[in-house]
Design a protein around this ligand. Structure first.
Ligand code: 3HC
Ligand code: NAI
Length: 680
């Protein structure tokens, strides 16, 4: 075994040279790997005893892509082009042996080899669009040559990986190795050499890119790209593979790749890639903090949230006991869960047996004592402090020692709830988002006394149930709803100045949100947190609630809805609002789009800054993750705090002052110091 460099080894086994890449954690195709590959190919190429070359990786995965941390920095050493050229120059058969994930530059490297074998669990993908990029190491030219145009288009435009069986069926790989990868690959090479088949450069395979693909490309280009710029470039680059000779196709790809690399969207998406990984790290709760085992979960309340929350655990194979006050409520709650599972099975997401298996992990009860053996109990009853306190006081008496007690409250003070128990160190908030079985965000609310093992357990649990856990502090509405409330207050003010709800929503949708704030209210229910007795008919929301227009569930709210739930501006809402303006003597004015945008986003950013100032979030990027996964903030804008950095905090502060809000002290400080949220 020769160490070519710290991440590349070369050995000879019989007449096969074995190049092993060992660049933990994911064997990213950084500078050293590129240098190592080029040098190893050279040495193996010159060794007369070598008849074939095997490329394999140590550790958990094959090369999982380019090294994203190199992007945006000045290039150094050999680039992707030189690396591809070294593979294409090889005069001996090259075989890649793949395990884990061959993604981005990793799959591209594998495609530079002449043959590919993989274990059955391997995954293959070109996820560059998720980073605002397109494949930049030949992927758009080699993938269609191997897997065909439709498969290549799907992979580069959506970024979604495929499994080994799919890859084999499409010709992306040559064989699935049943047992040990290296032994299987060596066996493949022995058969290859015996068969007399030699090198087979992907660049020379033109069958699958020859033909008329006009209809396929026109369909692909017509898809809704939701504001993402990269997919269209990726499609165009694959189209080039069908129209241009290989080298010209590669040059076309390079041009688009480099332009994408410089784009604002890619900067935002790359930022989010690292933000999403940072969010799991809590400054004062180290990775080796002991965690508690969660083998059984209890849920109190089988309403909108309780049922959805229960599904997360059942789906992860964890049994759940659900407590309700009355049999009818329990039956109704479990019925909704059953319907959800059955309809997912009917759509082919999983089998009917799987649906049954998941549902069978749920047990209903009317007796709190039945939660006595649960390791974690999540309360999801009505949003009222007196009721929550009552529930927690009772729960404290029956929960086993060491059990974690969590509240799914949207706004209420976790410390106040914890104070009615004898074990506030085991109490925290687990704030799921609706629909709880779908939305990926989980705000993990750390109370003043919540212990570190309890925090660490919750963070780990979020991963187990497929959520992105974000640790937040106790504050009214925590992070997400607190910022949303700031936006809503201003939206309601704009409505009272002359904007229709849809005028405001339209600006947010244009900005990239999947829906505006008023459409969101219609989805959540206008009566959420609305108290009839306290209504004075002074706001549009009061009037709509009083008219029975409580949102989608009643057929209409701010908007009217058709059978397919498509919203249209409601004449009823329009009349209610114009009457309200008249009653209050308001002369409505048309609010310019830019003003609507500023008055929607700046209050959120200012509130986000206050959240940071108060230490209720660990870092600005955590806030961006909350908005990405909880509220559909357009990913390609990076989140509210990244967006603020990108337009300049001085601009935001000037806006905050112009509209007369109290600026966050942190925002003022950062502007004075000419800094960004990212510098914190
Ligand atoms: N570059 C740099 N660092 C990377 C990386 C990459 N491509 N992929 C992962 N990492 C780092 C992560 O930041 C993380 O670091 P940390 O421990 O310090 O936080 C560590 O590796 C482990 O990553 P995960 O926590 O994500 O580990 P998982 O096991 O959950 O997932 C994975 C592994 C599926 C490989 C996932 O990391 C992933 O999807 N990575 C990105 C893959 C990708 O996008 N590749 C394409 C890159 S662009 C490209 O290749 C351009 C080319 O066409 C030229
Ligand atoms: P819901 O009204 O749909 O369900 C509450 C359920 O709790 C009802 O079925 C009720 O019978 C039951 N319940 C009340 N007291 C109980 C008790 N003492 N013991 C057992 N069951 C009891 O309410 P929803 O929407 O599910 O909200 C629950 C909690 O989740 C609230 O704190 C809410 O703020 C929070 N939340 C709600 C979201 C939403 O979009 N609906 C989103 C995130 C959090």
């Amino acid at each position: 075994m020769t160490a070519i460099n710290p991440v590349t080894d070369l050995s000879r086994e019989g007449d096969v040279a074995v190049i092993t890449i060992n660049n933990p954690p994911v064997n990213a195709l950084g500078l050293l790997v590129r240098e190592g590959l080029i040098a190893a190919l050279d040495v193996a190429g010159k060794d007369a005893a070598v008849r074939a070359i095997l490329l394999i990786c140590a550790g958990r995965t094959f090369i999982a892509g380019a090294d994203i941390s190199e992007f945006g920095k000045p290039p150094s050493g050999p680039g992707f082009m030189e690396t591809q050229n070294a593979f294409d120059a090889a005069q001996k058969p090259l075989v890649a042996a793949i395990h884990g994930t061959a993604l981005g530059g990793g799959l591209e490297t594998a495609m530079c080899c002449h043959y590919r074998v993989a274990v059955a669990s391997a995954k293959f993908g070109q996820p560059e669009v998720n980073l605002g990029l397109i494949p930049g190491a030949g992927g758009t030219q080699r993938l269609p040559r191997l897997a065909g145009v439709p498969k290549a288009l799907e992979m580069v435009a959506t970024g979604k990986p495929i499994g080994a069986a799919d890859a084999l069926a499409n010709g992306l790989i040559d064989e699935i190795v049943p047992g040990d990868l290296k032994a299987g690959a060596m066996d493949f090479i022995a058969r290859l050499l015996a068969s007399g088949k030699g090198i087979r450069r992907t660049r020379d395979l033109n069958d699958k890119v020859t033909g008329d693909f006009a209809a396929i490309f026109s369909f692909a280009k017509g898809q809704n790209m939701r504001g993402f710029e990269a997919p269209l470039d990726a499609i165009n680059a694959v189209e080039a593979a069908t129209k241009l000779p290989f080298d010209e196709g590669i040059a076309f790809e390079q041009k688009l790749f480099l332009a994408r690399m410089m784009s604002a969207q890619s900067a935002a998406l790359r930022y989010l890639f690292f933000a999403e990984r940072k969010v799991a790290k809590i400054p004062d709760v180290p990775d080796d903090t002991p965690t508690l085992e969660i083998k059984k979960v209890g849920i109190i309340g089988a309403g909108t949230m309780g049922g959805g929350i229960a599904m997360n655990f059942a789906t992860a194979g964890i049994p759940v006991t659900i407590l309700e006050m009355k049999q009818e409520a329990l039956d109704h709650g479990l019925g909704v869960v059953k319907k959800n599972y059955d309809s997912s099975a009917a759509k082919g997401r999983f089998t009917a047996e799987e649906a049954q298996k998941r549902f069978s992990l749920l047990t209903g009860t009317l007796k709190m004592e039945d939660l006595g053996d649960c390791d974690l109990i999540i309360e999801a009853v009505f949003e009222r402090m007196d009721i929550k306190k009552d529930v927690f006081a009772k729960l404290d008496k029956i929960a086993k020692p060491g059990a974690i007690m969590a509240s799914n409250t949207s706004f209420l003070n976790i410390d106040e709830i914890a104070a009615v128990t004898s074990r506030p160190d085991h109490v925290l908030g687990l704030h799921f988002f609706s629909p709880a079985n779908v939305m990926k965000l989980l705000e993990i609310v750390r109370g003043a006394k919540t212990s570190k093992p309890v925090v660490a357990t919750a963070m780990k649990l979020a991963k187990t149930i497929g959520k992105v856990g974000v640790l937040v502090g106790v504050a009214y509405g925590f992070v997400g709803n607190r910022m949303l409330a700031a936006r809503s207050v201003e939206a309601d003010k704009m409505v009272m100045e002359g904007a229709f709800p849809w005028d405001i929503d339209k600006v947010l949708v244009k900005f990239g949100f999947p829906m505006g704030g008023f459409a969101m209210w219609d989805l959540a229910g206008l009566d959420l947190g609305w108290v009839k007795e306290e209504s004075h008919g002074e706001t549009l929301r009061d009037l709509l609630n009083e008219a029975g227009r409580k949102g989608q569930k009643t057929g209409g709210g701010y908007y009217d809805y058709d059978a397919a739930r498509k919203p249209t501006p409601s004449p009823v809402t329009e009349k209610l609002l114009t009457d309200l303006w008249a009653k209050k003597g308001i002369s409505p004015r048309a609010i310019p789009e830019q003003e609507i945008l500023e008055r929607s986003l700046y209050p959120m950013i200012n509130e986000g800054a206050k959240i940071l100032e108060e230490g209720k979030a660990s870092r600005a990027s955590d806030i961006d993750i909350v908005w990405l996964y909880g509220y559909g903030f357009p990913a390609w804008r990076g989140g509210p705090m990244f967006y603020a950095d990108s337009i300049g905090l001085d601009t935001v502060l000037a806006g905050v002052r112009k509209y007369g809000w109290t600026p966050s002290a942190l925002l003022e400080k950062l502007v004075a110091e000419k800094k960004k949220f990212a510098d914190l």
